[in-house]
Design a protein around this ligand. Structure first.
Ligand SMILES: [Zn+2]
Length: 186
């Protein structure tokens, strides 16, 4: 129930794969309106829902798409990239030593000075104070054991974690295609 029409630059289109599932949950697959309109003209997408808002040119007027689906199926990436963002997402944006969500960095569980490598299996999310406190010590020495043993996540695990962090702005036409109900499934 929008009180005011969203501004043009806020009119993102939710992008669904050909199977009507969002291309990704987190970050949510959104395209700026220009890209959405272009794909409509190139006949690459189906429009499933629209905004009230229209764009005009001398030769046409169209309502901006709010939900579009790709005409051809895109195979989702199978292995998540080893990025800082995906690492935080795996660890749910929480320091694995104290649970804080502030000032996050990453920590080598087995320090580099002791031969620890930079990999999914040896890197954990740590807040700056915990990182500093642990320093170059082994987990047992520092009495700091990560709550969750670092592991290589699959795409589904990251998606499931991502669903716990919905973006701040959701257009009402998106709700039918998004399921933020992970907490209710227990
Ligand atoms: Zn901490």
């Amino acid at each position: 129930m929008d009180v005011a029409l969203p501004r043009l630059e806020q009119c993102h289109a939710l992008v669904l794969n050909a199977d009507y599932k969002p291309l990704s949950y987190y970050p949510l697959s959104l395209w700026p309106w220009q890209e959405a309109v272009k794909s409509v003209f190139l006949d690459r997408v189906n429009v499933l829902a629209e905004y009230e808002k229209t764009v005009n040119s001398p030769s046409f007027e169209m309502r901006l798409p709010s939900v579009i689906s790709l005409k051809s199926y895109v195979k989702p990436a199978r292995a998540p990239a080893f990025t800082r963002f995906n690492l935080f997402l795996r660890d749910r944006f929480q320091c694995q030593y104290c649970g804080s969500g502030q000032d996050l960095t990453f920590d080598h569980v087995i320090p580099r000075s002791k031969g620890g490598v930079t990999s999914w299996e040896n890197i954990t999310t740590a807040c700056a104070p915990c990182n500093l406190k642990k320093g170059g010590r082994m987990p047992q020495q520092a009495h700091m054991i990560p709550r969750q043993k670092p592991y290589r996540p699959g795409m589904m695990q990251l998606h499931n974690n991502g669903r716990k962090f919905p973006p701040n702005y959701l257009h009402e036409s998106w709700y039918d295609f998004l399921y933020w109900d992970i907490e209710l499934e227990k």
